[in-house]
Design a protein around this ligand. Structure first.
Ligand code: PEP
Ligand code: MN
Length: 343
């Protein structure tokens, strides 16, 4: 259920409603918008209905949340959108984020060079995997803790906040120490125990859509994180499996406006893993930005031909500034402004 407070409701009235919701064993998730506060009551609908919240001081109305996803639902925010703040960079709303960096952390030189070049080109955040989900157990699995150390060094030098993937809850502590945003990969989208663990960790989360997941399944996965009290979730479209084999995955551009209709959470697009090929990355990025994505997460490498993984799709770092400029212009078409150190 959703309890919409009157614009004139006081904080005491909001607190009284929260206490009442919790008295029946439900959880209260207040969302304070510009105009009104809305409180999501998540629990047994019958129990909440019996509380008689309609007549409570400061309450405007009580409405059911019709979708199976509740806390991620656009309905809960009444027109407001979630804006996530990461070290002064804003993600969501009218802000556009450019998250760039190599697929994986390979060496000190490769990581620091990539970080310097994307920072100079106007990136908002730096990406790089220390723990890699590889299709083959015989492939390079990432540098692990040594990779995290190199990411920390890249941040110390460039000031760019770090986005890095967590695959196993046992690595949560070292990842939380270095990451500003925890990435949950496509293959882990429905690893519910991991989602809940990351929800409790409290850091912003970039949640990737599973290879064959519907948008509703993606939003239900986000719900596992939100339910733990972590409101800072961004959704990431990264291409889905279709019958087409001419490229790696099909980037579902329609997901951008549809997710924004269904949810208040920021929507980020990963053109690199969808495309699998460098030449496709720029056109897909421009299309995503113009379609209203809140950001792009893109793979960039100083020497893609030497990359340990995903070489063919990684942008050349020396072309990044030019690429970023074009993406910034496409985002402006959708009314968004690049959010980085200077903006
Ligand atoms: C990645 O971004 O490094 C990655 C492995 O992506 P995905 O989980 O979308 O395949
Ligand atoms: Mn990759």
């Amino acid at each position: 259920m959703m309890i919409v407070m009157k614009p004139t409701a006081t904080e005491e009235q909001v607190q009284a409603v929260i206490a009442r919701i919790e008295s029946c064993g439900a959880r209260a998730h207040p969302s304070r918008g510009e105009e009104v506060t809305v409180i999501g009551a998540i629990g047994d609908r019958e129990h909440v209905a019996r509380l008689g919240l309609e007549g409570h001081d400061g309450v405007e109305q009580v409405v059911p949340i019709l979708k199976p996803f509740k806390l991620s639902s656009a309905q809960l925010k009444v027109g407001d959108r979630t804006v996530i703040e990461v070290d002064g960079r804003r993600i969501g709303g009218e802000h556009f984020s450019l998250i760039a960096g190599p697929c994986t952390v390979e060496s000190r030189d490769q990581t620091l060079t990539a970080a310097r070049m994307v920072a100079a080109g106007g990136a908002s955040l730096f990406r790089g995997g220390a723990y890699k989900p590889r299709s083959s157990p015989y492939s390079f699995q990432g540098l692990g803790q040594e990779g995290l150390r190199l990411l920390a060094e890249a941040k110390a030098e460039t000031g760019l906040p770090i986005v890095t993937e967590l695959m196993d809850a046992r690595d949560l502590e070292p990842v939380v120490e270095v990451a500003d945003v925890i990435q949950l990969g496509a293959r882990n989208m429905q690893n519910y125990a991991l989602l809940a663990e990351v929800g409790r960790a409290g850091l912003p989360v970039l949640l990737k859509r599973g290879l064959s997941a519907t948008l509703e399944e993606l939003l239900m996965a986000a719900e596992y994180i939100l339910k733990e009290g972590n409101p800072n979730v961004m959704l990431c479209e990264r291409g889905i499996r279709t019958f087409e084999t001419a490229y790696r995955f099909t980037l579902d551009l329609t997901a951008i406006p549809v997710l924004k209709e269904l949810s208040h959470l920021p929507v980020i697009v990963d053109p690199s893993h969808a495309a699998g090929r460098r030449t496709l990355v720029e056109p897909l990025s421009l299309a995503a930005a113009a379609a209203g994505a809140d950001g792009i997460i893109v793979e960039v490498h100083p020497e893609p031909d030497e990359a340990i993984c995903d070489g063919p799709q990684q942008l050349r770092a020396d072309g990044f500034a030019e690429y970023a400029e074009k993406v910034e212009r496409a985002a402006a078409v959708a009314g968004k402004v690049l959010s980085n150190e200077t903006a």
